[in-house]
Design a binder for this molecule. Sequence first.
Ligand SMILES: Nc1ncnc2c1ncn2[C@@H]1O[C@H](COP(=O)(O)OP(=O)(O)OP(=O)(O)O)[C@@H](O)[C@H]1O
Ligand SMILES: [Mg+2]
Length: 255
Amino acid sequence: MNATTADAVTIRDLRIVYSSGRQQTLAVDGATLSVGEGEFVALVGPSGCGKSTILKVVAGLIAASAGSVLVGDEPVRGVPDGVGMVFQNDALLPWKTVRDNVRLPLALRGLTNREQDAEIARLLELVQLTGFEDFYPRALSGGMRKRVALARTLAYDPRLFLMDEPFGPLDAQTRILIGREFLAIWERLGKSVLFVTHDVEEAIALADRVLVMSPRPGRIVAEFPIDLPRPRDYEEIRFEPQFRDLQRAIWHALT
Ligand SMILES: Nc1ncnc2c1ncn2[C@@H]1O[C@H](COP(=O)(O)OP(=O)(O)OP(=O)(O)O)[C@@H](O)[C@H]1O
Ligand SMILES: [Mg+2]
């Protein structure tokens, strides 16, 4: 592996055309971006500009029509190793308890039962769900389900997180709570993240760099390094003048 030189994700001149029947949609045209090793990059842009499409290409779920996509130094062909994707829909298995939802990736990784139990305890503590091991997803709130989904993604131990509006359907207060927990976890783990959101404040609070996309066909039209110090206080940082300036600049780039 060549982790010291290769970026976590490298996308060059990406073009994606969807064909359904005779209908062709040019979704992404000429997108170029990268995510450094251990870097948190947020992607913002108008609805339908191709954000989810880009994540799906990196996850190996759809193929590029043109251009190149690398995870580490490997061109993406099929689902790459070490990539964890969090979709907007939390996709927990409703017939399995919290414990068994988190166990699944650990079993896939070949951990012994004893190792799985220890890891489940550690992950549920991390997302503050200790005591809910035997609950079924239907008995949890939306925010709690999101945290289980996050624990399950962490259980895959991915090198790269692809997150598509992971806090999307939550109310504003829960969104901030989950955002704060996720930020604290991420700042400890330092994994590479490509994170799609509609929420400019969320993007600034979390990311090292915010990329702004054009309307469809999407490409990157602006890039904002977020030089706010870490570890960040997810709520308080919003009141910093530097945060407000970034917010204003990104809004201008979006419109
Ligand atoms: N499976 C598909 N078949 C045909 N067209 C598609 C398909 N998926 C997406 N598209 C089209 O590609 C474009 C980009 O879609 P995409 O889902 O990537 O947008 P997005 O930026 O994630 O939008 P949103 O912010 O609303 O989630 C849209 O015009 C959409 O209609
Ligand atoms: Mg989308």
